[in-house]
Design a protein around this ligand. Sequence first.
Ligand code: ZN
Length: 311
Amino acid sequence: MKKYTHAWLAFMAIKRLQYADIPDENKDDAKTLVKWFHDYRDFVIEGAWYPDEVFKDMSTSHIIKYRPAEGSAEQKFKKLPKTMQLYALGQKSPLYKKPFIIESGNCADRCESISHSIVDNFKMLRIEERGCPITTTNNHIAMRFFILSHYIADCHMPLHCDCRPFSSGANLHGLIESDWDKQVRKSYDIDIPNNRFFYDPAGYPLKAKPTPLVQAVEDDIVSREFLYAYGTGNKNTWDYMSAISEYSYLMAYRLLPADLDEHTTAAAYKASAAYTQLEDYSRAILCDAVDSIARIWLHVWSRYRSWAQGR
Ligand SMILES: [Zn+2]
């Protein structure tokens, strides 16, 4: 995904935590996280873009690449929260319950390790004396949150979980992501020189002319039921992100079915039956990405607060 899409998804996750119907037991954590986040909102665009612009670990940590593989022992798929659209759509993929192999990528490990580092940083911040030279800062931790959102979001892009080389040739991968980014830029007022959004009175990106896709995401994130748990059998960020990558792979074959390949031109893709589904699938992918960022961020924040409050 591209720069403004990443920042927008992170903002939408906080908006979801503020306006969705959060279960009673998580309400206070969600409220305090939203409040904490607002002090750092001017740096979301920059922070959420470090992985692409600075780390450049695209070929390892922004992906988990799957390939169908007859004879492989791997054919069990994990579970996800029932509100996830990728979960429902993935189960209808032609590859569901079919054997696969993972060829490369460590996105789930990356997300797990950043989640840990955020909790650790909060703990150090709390116990170290102010002025101690090795103390971390809230600015630093906010940056880690934004970086984490990048890897979570990327895993929802089906082509980050699919071995087929759709980034080469006609680059349909780039075409789809550029379209999303164009829509985000058109939908909001962005303060380009200062690398931040302009805000509405509630402190969220100020809408200019939202496209139907962007508006659909804005609507979904406040109305979708909020499930805190990661889904049956998933205990941590790693389990959850692994499950996401499995369904993202399954989605790839719905987004770009097996009759398309890297030589399919943009024009041929736009004339194909698959293209008529792009809007619906984009909605599912982007709404789920926001849901996942909100879910993981809240877990991380709750872990720290539970420790701090001795819960
Ligand atoms: Zn990326």
